[in-house]
Design a protein around this ligand. Structure first.
Ligand code: GDP
Length: 481
C-alpha cells in the first residue's frame, strides 16, 4: 500500500521558533502562519522550556477537553454538586468582561494561570465574540460547549456566594477543607475595584486551596499576569518560562490569538492595499474614554505635540518651494489611525495634503474604520476592532492613548515599545506632557494586588520586586519589564 499522504509540516520560522504547534493543517487558519510575515521577527527569544510547557499543555487539553469522556465525567460531577477527590482533569472557565482588548488580556492571563495551576482553559464565548479567533490548541476546542450548567453571567459579580473570598469569609470553605468536601466549583472574581484587585488571591495558601477544586469559573477585567509573578509559589516556574519577563504577553498573545479567515480577510485586504509597500508604518491609536472625556481640540493638539517632540513624522515644509533633496526624498511613511472618530484622520491627512515635508518624504494617512461608538455586543463591530488591533501591530512605531487595553494588545503583539499619550491630571483638561515612551512591551495591570497576603500590609510592589515597575500611564498600575 502507498504510504499515507503527509502534509509537510511548516518550517520553524513559520512556527515562530516553536511557539506554534506543528500539528495543525496549514490551510485551516491562514493568519496562524501569515500574520507574522507582516511583522519584523520577534526581538524576544523564546525559552525552550516555555515551548515544552505549551506542547504539554496541548496534550493535556486534548485529553481532557470538550468531546472527551473525561470532560463528560467532570461535567456530571459538577452537575451532581460534588468536587472530585483527586481529579485527573481540572478546568478554568473564562467569562467575558468589557471590550475586546480587555478580553484578550484576561484570556492571556487566564491561560498563564491555567499553565501554572494545571488546568484546562475553556472560554465562554458570547455571540459578539463568536468566529473571531481560531482554536489555538490542535485537535480539540477551547470553546466551552453549550449546556454548561454553571456560571450565569448575571450572577458573576463580587457578591456571588460561590466566589472564593465570600466562601472563605462565610466559613463555607477553609484552607484545610479536604478536596472531597469542597463545593463542586469555585468562582474567582479578579476585577479591579477601587483600583485594587478585589479578591487578593495571589498568595500561596489561597492557591493551594484553589488547586483542590476541579472546576473554577473566572471573570476578570484586568491583565492579571503580573499578579501571578507576585505569587511566591509560581515565581520559579515563571522565571524558567519567561527569562525575559517583558515578553509574557508578546509570546502568549501570539500563541493564543489567530483571527479566523473572515477577520484575516479584512486585515489582509487592508494591509496589502495600503501598507505592504511603504517604507515605514506608524500607528496612532486614539481612544477617548466615556468616563474621562477629552475635547477633540485638546486631544488633537496633544497628538501633534507628541508627533513633533518625538519626531514621529517629518516636519512640514513650505508649499511654495520644492523640498531639499535628501536621501529620504520620495520615501513613503504610512500613518495608520485607529479611532472611533474620523476627525484626527481628517486633520492629519489634510496637513500632508496641503504641504510637502521638509525631507521630501511622502506621508500617506489611512484609517480603516470610524465606528463612532463602542458596541460591545456587535459581532461585526468586534471583527473590525480585532482587524485594527492586528493592523496596528504591524506598525514599526506606535503612539497610543493612555489606559487603553486595545492599544496594549497591539504593541504587545508587535513587540514594540509605544509612545503613550498621557491622560491629563484629574484637575486639568490638557496633559502637560504630550507623550512618553514606554519602558516595556508588557501591558499594564491597572489595579495592583496588595502584597503581603494575610498580613494586609500596604507595600509598594514596585519597590520590593525587581521585575515590576509602575506604568507610565497609570501611576499605581504595575507592569513587568
Ligand atoms: P479599552 O476600552 O480601550 O481598554 O479597549 P477595549 O478593546 O477593551 O474596549 C474598547 C472597544 O471599543 C473595542 O473593543 C472596540 O469595540 C471599540 N473601539 C475602541 N477604539 C476603537 C478603534 O480604534 N477601532 C475600532 N474598530 N473599535 C474601537
Amino acid at each position: 500500500t502507498a504510504p499515507a499522504a503527509t502534509t509537510p509540516s511548516p518550517s520553524q520560522d513559520k512556527l515562530l521558533g516553536g511557539l506554534l504547534s506543528a500539528a495543525f493543517d496549514e490551510s485551516t487558519c491562514q493568519s496562524r502562519y501569515k500574520s507574522s510575515l507582516y511583522r519584523k521577527p520577534s526581538p524576544f527569544p523564546l525559552s525552550p522550556y516555555l515551548v515544552k510547557k505549551l506542547r504539554k499543555y496541548e496534550a493535556y487539553h486534548k485529553k481532557c477537553g470538550p468531546g472527551t469522556q473525561r470532560y463528560r465525567t467532570a461535567v456530571e460531577q459538577l452537575q451532581a454538586g460534588r468536587n472530585a477527590d483527586s481529579a485527573e482533569c481540572r478546568y478554568v472557565v473564562w467569562f467575558p468582561c468589557n471590550g475586546l482588548g480587555n478580553r484578550m488580556l484576561t484570556i492571556a492571563s487566564t491561560f498563564l494561570y491555567a499553565l501554572l495551576s494545571g488546568r484546562v482553559m475553556l472560554l465562554n464565548v458570547p455571540p459578539e465574540q463568536e468566529g473571531l479567533f481560531c482554536d489555538p490548541f490542535p485537535a480539540t476546542s477551547w470553546v466551552l460547549p453549550g449546556g454548561f450548567p454553571e456560571g450565569n453571567p448575571m450572577k458573576l459579580n463580587v457578591g456571588a456566594p460561590e466566589s472564593y473570598v465570600n466562601m472563605l469569609n462565610n466559613g463555607v470553605i477553609r484552607h484545610d477543607t479536604p478536596a472531597a468536601s469542597l463545593p463542586a466549583h469555585v468562582y474567582l472574581h479578579v476585577e479591579q475595584t477601587r483600583l485594587r484587585l478585589s479578591d487578593n488571591i495571589f498568595c500561596d495558601d489561597d492557591q493551594r486551596l484553589l488547586r483542590k477544586f476541579t472546576w473554577m469559573i473566572l471573570k476578570s477585567d484586568s491583565y492579571f499576569a503580573p499578579a501571578l509573578f507576585l505569587t511566591p509559589m509560581y515565581e520559579k516556574e515563571l522565571a524558567r518560562m519567561f527569562p525575559q519577563r517583558e515578553a509574557v504577553f508578546h509570546h502568549l498573545g501570539r500563541y493564543l490569538f489567530h483571527p479566523t479567515d473572515r477577520v484575516w480577510g479584512i486585515v489582509r485586504r487592508y494591509y496589502e492595499a495600503y501598507l505592504a509597500r511603504v517604507d515605514e508604518k506608524i500607528g496612532f491609536q486614539i481612544r477617548i474614554f466615556p468616563e474621562k472625556p477629552v475635547k477633540f481640540e485638546n486631544m488633537y493638539d496633544q497628538l501633534t505635540r507628541c508627533i513633533r517632540e518625538q519626531r514621529l513624522l517629518p516636519e512640514l515644509g513650505d508649499p511654495a518651494s520644492p523640498a531639499n533633496a535628501t536621501g529620504d526624498d520620495g520615501k513613503v511613511k504610512a500613518v495608520l489611525i485607529a479611532s472611533l472618530y474620523s476627525g484626527y484622520y481628517d486633520k492629519i491627512r489634510g496637513l500632508y495634503y496641503e504641504s510637502p515635508t521638509k525631507t521630501g518624504e511622502i506621508v500617506a494617512v489611512y484609517q480603516p474604520s470610524h465606528e463612532e461608538k463602542q458596541e460591545y455586543a456587535s459581532n461585526e463591530h468586534n471583527q473590525k476592532a480585532l482587524a485594527e488591533i492586528y493592523l496596528l501591530s504591524y506598525c514599526d512605531k506606535i503612539a497610543m492613548s493612555a489606559w487603553s487595553t486595545f492599544g496594549y494588545v497591539a504593541y504587545g503583539f508587535a513587540g514594540v515599545k509605544p509612545w503613550i499619550l498621557l491622560r491629563p491630571d484629574w484637575n486639568k483638561e490638557v496633559s502637560d506632557v504630550a507623550c512618553v515612551r514606554s519602558t516595556s512591551v508588557e501591558p499594564c495591570l491597572h489595579s495592583p494586588p496588595i502584597l503581603g497576603c494575610r498580613a494586609k500590609k500596604e507595600v509598594d510592589v514596585a519597590r520590593v520586586k525587581p521585575y515590576v515597575r509602575h506604568c507610565e500611564d497609570v501611576g499605581f498600575g504595575l507592569k513587568l519589564f
